[in-house]
Design a protein around this ligand. Structure first.
Ligand SMILES: *[C@@H]1O[C@H](CO)[C@@H](O)[C@H](O)[C@H]1NC(C)=O
Ligand SMILES: *[C@@H]1O[C@H](CO)[C@@H](O)[C@H](O)[C@H]1NC(C)=O
Ligand SMILES: *[C@@H]1O[C@H](CO)[C@@H](O)[C@H](O)[C@H]1NC(C)=O
Ligand SMILES: *[C@@H]1O[C@H](CO)[C@@H](O)[C@H](O)[C@H]1NC(C)=O
Length: 355
C-alpha cells in the first residue's frame, strides 16, 4: 500500500545511513598519546579484521625498525599496539608499518608520517571547585593530571537548571561567571587540549566529572552526586553507532506491527461479503424456494447434480457421468492428474457454469 511505502522508505533509509556511518569508520592506523603516559595505535576491530597484522615502527632519523611489543587484542585478533612511555619520542617523525601475509600475499594497512606531540590526548581535568567571589560572582577552578600544565588550553561548558543549551567558556585556567542568579543552580564541565605552542592536536580530553553550584541547599561548590550527565563529546559515538540504528529498527518494527493491525481492523470492520438475502429474494419469494425454476436450469440437469449437491464444487463436473455421457476427463487428462479443487480444473468448472 502506498502510504505504508511512503512511511517505510524513510525508515529504511535512516537504518541504511546509520549502518553506513558506522561501517565507514576511518581506515588506516590511528595513534593517540594518552596524557604523555602511553600511546595506542589501532587499525580496526575484531569485526573488520580477518587476520593478525604485525606493527613495525621507527623514528625517521633515529632508531632501527622494531616490532610492537604489546599488541592489543580483541577476541584474540590483533587490533592495535600499545607503546610504553619510554618508547615515545616527541618532535621526531614517527612511522609505522602494519602488514600481514595472507596466503603468500602481503597486505598492508595504510599509515602516514606522524609527530607524537600532535597526537596527545590529555586526561580530563579533576578536582573542580566552585566558590562565590561575591554575592553574584562565581569562580570555577580545576587541576589537570597532565604533566605539562602550561601546554594546555581549556574549555568550560555550563548551564543553569533553567537553560536548555550549554554555554561555552574561555581558555584560561580559572573561569568566572560574573552574574549569578541565586534562584538557579549551575552545572559546570571542563575539558583540556594541548595548545598550539606545544603541538597541533585536535584531540580534546574527555569532559571532566561535573560540578554543581546552586540555590537548592547543600551544594555550594564541590561535587554533588547524582548530577552526572552524559557529555556529548564522549557519548556522541555511542549515540551514533548504537542508539540511532536501534531506534530506527524499533520504529520500523512498530510501523510494520501497526500496518498488520490496520489490515486486520479493516477486515473486521469492512467485510466484503455482500448480503446474500438480496440476491435470493427472488428465489425465496417469487419461486417459493424452487431452485430449478429460479435458476432456469433444465430439470434433468438439476436432478443430475442433486446427489452431489453437498459436495465441493469441483465434483460438479462429474455430472455428465451420471447421465451416461462421456466423462469429460476420459481422454488426455485424468482426474488423478488434476486434484479436486485445483485451479487446473478450470475448463470443467466453466462447462458447468455455462449450462
Ligand atoms: C591471531 O592470533 C591469535 C593468537 O596468536 C590466534 O589465537 C588467532 O587465531 C589469530 N587469528 C587469526 C585470524 O589469524
Ligand atoms: C612487514 O614489514 C616489515 C618491515 O618492513 C618486514 O620486515 C616484514 O617482513 C613484513 N612482513 C610481511 C608479512 O610482509
Ligand atoms: C556567597 O554567597 C552567600 C549567599 O549566597 C553570601 O552569604 C556570602 O557572603 C557570599 N560570599 C562571598 C565571598 O561573597
Ligand atoms: C585532586 O584532589 C585529591 C584529593 O584532594 C588530591 O589527592 C589530588 O592530588 C588532586 N588532583 C590533582 C590533579 O591536583
Amino acid at each position: 500500500m502506498p502510504p505504508a511505502a511512503a512511511f517505510l522508505a524513510p525508515a529504511i533509509l535512516i537504518v541504511l545511513l546509520a549502518r553506513l556511518a558506522a561501517a565507514a569508520s576511518p581506515t588506516g592506523v590511528e595513534c593517540v598519546l594518552f596524557n604523555e603516559e602511553y600511546m595506542t595505535c589501532t587499525w580496526g576491530t575484531a569485526e573488520t579484521l580477518s587476520t593478525n597484522y604485525s606493527l613495525y615502527y621507527w623514528y625517521e632519523n633515529r632508531s632501527p625498525v622494531a616490532e610492537c611489543k604489546h599488541y592489543v587484542r580483541e577476541r584474540g585478533v590483533r587490533v592495535g599496539c600499545r607503546f610504553a612511555g619510554r618508547e615515545l619520542v616527541q618532535f621526531q617523525p614517527f612511522r609505522v608499518r602494519v602488514n600481514a601475509s595472507v596466503g603468500g600475499q602481503s597486505r598492508e594497512i595504510p599509515s602516514e608520517r606522524m609527530e607524537l606531540q600532535d597526537l596527545v590526548k590529555p586526561e580530563a581535568p579533576v578536582n573542580l571547585t566552585v566558590r562565590n567571589l561575591s554575592s553574584n560572582e562565581l569562580e570555577l577552578r580545576w587541576s589537570s593530571p597532565y604533566p605539562k600544565a602550561w601546554c594546555l588550553e581549556h574549555a568550560v561548558k555550563y548551564k543553569s537548571n533553567k537553560d536548555t543549551s550549554w554555554t561555552l567558556g574561555v581558555k584560561r585556567e580559572i573561569f568566572s561567571l560574573p552574574s549569578v542568579d541565586h534562584e538557579k543552580s549551575y552545572t559546570f564541565y571542563v575539558r583540556s587540549k594541548v595548545n598550539s605552542y606545544c603541538g597541533s592536536t585536535r584531540l580534546w580530553s574527555e569532559w571532566s566529572v561535573p560540578v554543581a553550584w546552586g540555590s537548592d541547599g547543600t551544594g555550594k561548590g564541590g561535587h554533588r552526586s547524582g548530577w552526572l550527565r552524559c557529555a556529548p563529546g564522549e557519548h556522541w559515538l555511542w549515540i551514533h553507532t548504537v542508539f540511532i540504528p536501534v531506534i530506527s529498527s524499533l520504529l520500523m518494527l512498530v510501523l510494520i506491527v501497526l500496518l498488520v493491525r490496520m489490515e486486520r481492523v479493516w477486515v473486521i470492520f469492512m467485510p466484503r461479503i455482500p448480503n446474500p438475502s438480496k440476491n435470493f429474494d427472488e428465489l425465496f419469494i417469487t419461486h417459493k424456494g424452487n431452485f430449478q425454476e429460479w435458476a432456469g436450469v433444465p430439470k434433468d440437469v438439476v436432478e443430475s447434480f442433486k446427489p452431489n449437491y453437498s459436495e465441493s464444487i469441483c465434483h460438479v463436473s462429474e455430472v455428465p457421468a451420471k447421465e451416461g455421457a462421456e466423462p469429460p476427463w476420459e481422454g488426455s487428462e485424468g482426474p488423478a492428474a488434476a486434484p479436486a479443487g485445483a485451479p487446473e480444473r478450470g475448463p470443467q468448472h466453466n462447462s458447468y457454469v455455462a449450462v
